[in-house]
Ligand binder design. Sequence first.
Ligand code: TXA
Ligand code: MG
Length: 319
Amino acid sequence: MNEIEIAVQKLKTNEVVAVPTETVYGLAARISSEEAILKIFKTKARPFFDPLIVHVLNAKQAKNFTSNWTEIHQSLAEDFWPGPLTLILPKKNISDLITSGLPTVGIRCPNHPIALKIIKDLGEPFAAPSANKFGKTSPTNADHVKTEFQNEVFVVDGGQSNIGIESTIIEIVEKSETIEIIMHRAGKITKSQLESSLKKYNKKIVFLNPSDSISAPGQVKHHYMPTIPIIWISEEKLIKFSNINAMVKDFTSQSYLNPVIMNLNSDATIAARELYSQMRECSKYPADIIICIKTKNQIGELWESIHDRLNRASTYKLI
Ligand code: TXA
Ligand code: MG
């Protein structure tokens, strides 16, 4: 049996397996088995208040799991699926365990041939959070997952995730003259891409932030954290210190002996792809603290998504 066949077999018998997607690797379980879904929470040490994303083969399959698939959802799916866009929809035929008891479900169609083949051969969607321990750095290759779970989880190796940060998560609220887009999580699909996709409806497009903690349950403040702390500091603030060591000492008031600088690529697409690998690389012994510098040229929508991750991943911020 090849890796895909083994994965499908395991999923059918209610095991969890790690599956590559274009964003990050996911820890998958079939959606119709509560026993399997429970294993996701147990393996990740994930709290039950944090809902899972359901991964579907296409828009046709997505419709089976929502009571309100509108023309706008259809149009977004046509423009962005398969791809890194998760739609929050009123749920249907989905266990409360997957949605943390919410009336809505997050659904996306991943743009990775292996993930799609697995969903197809399984005959049903899989639910999958990122394949890392809760609150820790997401994995973007098979080795990351193997290290994270000490080879306890079967991993289908699909190479390096091309995008490298998690999907954009949105919820659509259509009104008579406006289309509201609630941005639950920034990602690769940007506001301008969404805007240009929806302008054909001739309605005003309004972006909103999720207003309360219940509507954005997984967007906890500390997330994506590597094994050592990160100082996220802007160029302007950094030059006020005589050197890196002085800054670390002054700012953290702790004695870190081996600061390591994490240099992000100046191209946002590459920076996103490499972000989590770099966090892991920089955390290796003997480094004891990571310095990530926010430079002036990091401007643009994808940088905002990368900065969202750094903001949550860093222990110290001087921005
Ligand atoms: O790119 C991705 O989305 C990756 C790959 C594996 O597909 N998955 C991922 O899953 O990032 P996870 O579990 O790490 O993040 C899912 C987040 C939750 O933490 C929560 O914030 C949000 O999705 N979410 C899921 N269902 C939701 C719902 N019904 N309402 C609001 N937010 C929801
Ligand atoms: Mg995650």
